[in-house]
Design a protein around this ligand. Structure first.
Ligand SMILES: NC(=O)c1ccc[n+]([C@@H]2O[C@H](COP(=O)([O-])OP(=O)(O)OC[C@H]3O[C@@H](n4cnc5c(N)ncnc54)[C@H](O)[C@@H]3O)[C@@H](O)[C@H]2O)c1
Ligand SMILES: O=C(O)[C@H](O)CO
Length: 383
């Protein structure tokens, strides 16, 4: 029997027991559940990652729904035995969830797209700039008291304007990132995706015409036939695919070798998309090659050597960490499970979720985004 886990309880007499394995930002999600006859138990353990035993203890022997964490057969079958019917990730990516196991156990699986796109793209853009202009290195230099006057060679980095931005995985976040880099820095786009992103292409064409009409150099776009074309040609490359068998170690030693020596590589998708050991070797051998990483192969750890690399900017998986997004994610995760309890249908477009987020309004009678009954497939959505 697993040891008891510390929890905070809201609406103790609620008919439906909802367990959140993490405290989530904001209070609206709590209100929505408590006002709808749910007894909400929020885990208050201080450790960041709960073990399977911890989660089994949280589920107990009667549980209606569960929010967040890493889930497979053991946990889904335990949830089923406890009478549970729904689970929601507080994330858009659900590569941590065995959807087939959930299906076998009749548990609905929710996720939270629609509120992360711009926030995550903005962090990828921040990493691109920070790496290209050596912001972190320069900040550390300044704080160490090493600055003793302006010098022509001090922290010289890369100009983005007029360079080419490469996007691998031009879905929701990849397309939003591309637009930021194109509109913000007048970069030319080269992208690789399994599907054509017509809306993104049309946007770049129209923006190019606008620039031309204003006497400026127009931006251009190109859909690459292979990923290698993007890696060879682009000055800044940002990775935004889903993580699956086709994208595991998509950036490997061979592909690193064909990139420009002064390229900037950004990853705010999933850590295993990059072979991180190979990346460390490449960073050592190519000091002008720079990376910006939000995600890591063995989170929360970095592969040996990465922390010592001055040409790497590293942040702890914060791409979706804006207040609006994180509170929105909590609300959507809560409404996914509440919707299942109430027997509501699934919302037509999980990317258009504003009606669920209006602070003082009653949310629609629907589950914002339920992924069960499907494999963990990628979804393309033109912005
Ligand atoms: N760092 C974070 O905090 C954070 C936040 C949100 C999302 N994410 C991750 O960002 C990624 C993108 O999310 P999204 O919402 O834009 O997803 P999305 O489904 O809208 O886009 C993913 C795109 O990748 C493409 N793709 C799939 N396999 C590919 C392959 N082999 N080669 C090239 N392209 C391929 C798909 O066709 C799709 O267009 C996911 O991995 C998600 O888990 C990370
Ligand atoms: O997939 C996601 O949503 C992120 O990794 C968490 O922000």
């Amino acid at each position: 029997m697993a040891k008891p886990i510390s929890i905070e309880v809201w609406n103790p007499s609620g008919k439906y027991r909802v367990v959140s394995t993490k405290s989530m930002p904001g209070t609206r999600w709590i209100r929505l559940l408590a006002d709808n006859d749910c007894r909400l138990e929020i885990c208050t353990e201080t450790k960041t990652i709960l073990s399977v035993d911890d989660i089994l203890a949280l589920i107990g022997d009667r549980c209606d729904v569960q929010l967040t964490e890493e889930w497979g057969e053991v946990l889904f079958s335990a949830l089923k035995r406890a009478g549970g019917t729904a689970f929601s990730n507080m994330a858009v990516g659900y590569n941590n969830v065995d959807v087939e196991a959930a299906n076998r156990n009749g548990i609905a699986v929710g996720n939270t797209p629609g509120v992360l796109t711009e926030t995550t793209a903005e962090l990828a853009a921040s990493l691109s700039l920070a790496a290209a202009r050596r912001i972190v290195e320069a900040d550390q230099f300044m704080r160490a008291g090493l600055y003793d006057g302006w010098l022509p060679h001090l922290f010289v980095g890369n100009l983005l304007k007029g360079q080419s931005v490469g996007v691998i995985g031009a879905g929701r976040i990849g397309s939003a990132y591309a637009r930021m880099m194109i509109e913000g820095f007048k970069m030319n786009l080269i992208y690789y995706d399994l599907y054509q992103s017509t809306r993104l292409e049309k946007f770049v064409t129209a923006y190019g015409q606008f620039l031309k009409a204003n006497g400026e150099q127009p931006v251009t776009w190109k859909r690459a036939a292979t990923m290698e074309d993007v890696l060879r040609e682009a000055d800044v490359i940002s990775l935004h695919p889903v993580l699956d068998k086709t994208t595991y170690h998509l950036i490997n030693p061979e592909r690193l070798a064909i990139m420009k020596k002064e390229a900037v590589l950004v990853n705010a998708s999933r850590g295993p998309v990059i072979d991180e050991v190979a990346l460390v070797e490449h960073l050592k051998a190519n000091p002008m090659f720079r990376v910006g990483l939000d995600v890591f192969e063995d989170e929360p750890y970095m592969k040996p050597g990465l922390a010592d690399m001055k040409n790497a900017v590293v942040v702890p998986h914060i791409a979706s960490a804006s207040k609006w997004t994180r509170e929105g994610m909590a609300t959507l995760a809560a409404l996914n499970v509440l919707g299942k309890i109430k027997g509501y249908p699934v919302w037509g477009n999980p990317n258009l979720v504003e009606p669920f987020l209006k602070e003082d309004a009653t949310p629609p009678a629907a589950c914002p985004s339920i992924r069960s009954g499907q494999q963990a497939v990628s979804q393309t959505f033109d912005i």
